[in-house]
Design a protein around this ligand. Structure first.
Ligand code: FAD
Length: 471
């Protein structure tokens, strides 16, 4: 029987394990932490009974993938729930902008920019099923839907500053700035629109859903499915050297590239080890979880019904903050993402107290405490927020990295979204999952298609391994 060891149980590690196990491979997943799931874990970090997501909260790109079609995770308990407003962006004076599932309805809220919004996101959303299939695989491939991909690429290739010129109102520009900032890139850089265009379109096509009962439900479902194929997960098992693992036929590394090089040691060709050491990580994140009585009292009302709220002011303010963090400077008013999972999953609130999961973009390796800065940012758009906080738990950049070594320097997306790394990651090659060691593959978010709790790097890597095995 073919054997496989998967190092790391993030969504990509579990997706790889499941894909291999479904083909009859005997799979063991080794996880350093004391619980499986990597970026898809949840726990009571503020008050008893209040469930917070440790990392990933919203899953717009997990719904319509090769992996989700192959494995019915609903049969293993996974249920998606949607907020009424997918994401909102409050501005001063109770103004703002918001995205709902309907392009028409969203456009209607954008005044003079509505028709331009509709012209861009209408066709993108109509063809997104085809587009998403193209970009959730290595970028260099023969496209099956060249026209749809081309239409996406025309927008995605632009710097966010250039694409944002199609809008004039503060609301529409800020709305795009907020979603583009998910890329952790300076807005003037090539392809800095790509992530924003993808996530913005996904909000219409699929919504930004949460997993009922917390993101840990995703990993629970994946582990349950894996076990149904005879696979297993061992926790508390930090892997330092591939020679500890016996000789599995397939080794999947759900790690950052430098960690993969360290595990493979001298077995890896030096040329590839050097390429892994040059892999660029992005800025960091500083996290605060709040227990909030009655939820956040946003002035801009649609923010109260939104799963995600982007806080950071207008487009120019966000652009300045993002430029700073990439340069290594901590902004006074950083870009802040507020996750209100209980808006969609009402069972997550307890006795009127809501779990709120927030992070700010900060420079890589930043050693400060951003708790007060983040609270002040939210208070600016939600006066009275501070008075409603019952409990707070902060995680510094160092603590985030300590909890998960894939988040190097607090880089929660495991790899900077530079134009080069959007196209070629983790190195310039047509075989992005191959590590140079026969039978060993990189299957983390450092490999295509990059960050997100959708499991597609794992699914792609496992399929590459199975294809190699068949040869
Ligand atoms: C605060 C935060 C918010 C986020 N929000 C979202 C969101 O809303 N939506 C979204 O889609 N994504 C979000 N993400 C990103 C998402 O969580 C990641 O992109 C995703 O989890 C990457 O999956 P992965 O399987 O590649 O690796 P990870 O989930 O990072 O898991 C890697 C696993 O491997 C283990 N590991 C590493 N090295 C070893 C070793 N040597 N031995 C044994 N085990 C090892 C780690 O302990 C970890 O469990 C967020 C991340 C963070 C931190």
């Amino acid at each position: 029987m073919t054997t496989a060891v998967v190092v790391g149980s993030g969504p990509n590690g579990l997706a790889a394990a499941l894909t291999l196990a479904a083909e009859g491979v005997d799979v063991t997943v080794l996880e350093a932490s004391d619980s499986p799931g990597g970026g898809t874990r949840s726990g009571e970090v503020t008050l008893p009974g209040l469930l917070h997501d440790h990392c990933s909260g919203f899953h717009p790109l997990a719904l319509d993938t090769g992996f989700s079609r192959q494995f019915d995770l609903a049969a293993h308990g996974l249920e998606w729930l949607w907020p009424e407003v997918q994401y909102a962006h409050p501005l001063h004076g109770g103004r703002g902008a918001a995205v709902v599932r309907s392009v028409e309805e969203t456009a209607a809220g954008l005044g003079g920019d509505g028709s331009s919004y509709r012209r861009m996101f209408g066709p993108l959303s109509a063809h997104f099923h085809d587009i998403v299939g193209e970009f959730l695989q290595p970028m260099v491939h023969v496209p099956r839907h060249p026209f749809a991909l081309g239409w996406f690429g025309v927008h995605a290739a632009l710097p966010a500053t250039v694409l944002a010129r199609r809008w004039r109102t503060d609301g529409a520009r800020a709305l795009f700035g907020g979603v583009a900032a998910h890329a952790f890139r300076p807005f003037g850089s090539v392809m800095s629109s790509a992530i924003g265009v993808a996530l913005g379109t996904a909000a219409h096509r699929y919504g930004w859903p949460v997993a009922r009962g917390g993101s840990a439900a995703i990993s629970r479902a994946m582990v349950s499915a894996l076990e149904s194929y005879g696979g297993r997960v061992e926790t508390g098992a930090l892997v330092r050297d591939h020679r500890e693992l016996g000789r599995p036929d397939i080794l999947m590394l759900n790690t950052a590239p430098a960690a993969a090089a360290s595990v493979l040691g001298s077995a890896q060709p030096p040329r590839i080890a050097r390429a892994y050491s040059r892999f660029r990580h992005g800025p960091g994140a500083f996290q605060v979880s709040y227990a909030v009585e009655g939820g956040i009292p946003w002035e801009y009302e649609p923010s109260r019904r939104a799963g995600t709220v982007h806080v950071g002011g207008n487009f120019e303010e966000i652009a300045a903050a993002e430029r700073d963090v990439v340069r290594g400077v901590m902004p006074d008013r950083p870009f802040v993402l507020v996750g209100q999972q209980s808006v969609a999953d009402t069972g997550r609130a307890s006795d009127g107290v809501h779990p709120v999961d927030v992070y700010a973009h900060v420079p890589s390796g930043w050693s400060g405490d951003a708790t007060e800065i983040i609270t002040a940012q939210i208070e600016r758009y939600a006066p009275g927020f501070r008075a409603r906080i019952l409990s707070t738990r902060s995680r510094s950049v160092a603590q985030i990295e300590q909890a998960n070594p894939n988040y190097v320097g607090g880089d929660i997306i495991t790899g900077a979204n530079t134009a080069r790394q959007l196209v070629f990651r983790p190195r310039v090659t047509l075989q992005p999952y191959a590590t140079g060691v026969p039978g060993a593959y990189l299957c983390s978010a450092a490999a295509p298609p990059g960050a997100g709790a959708h499991g597609m790097a794992g699914w792609n890597a496992a399929r590459a391994a199975l294809a190699d095995l068949a040869r």
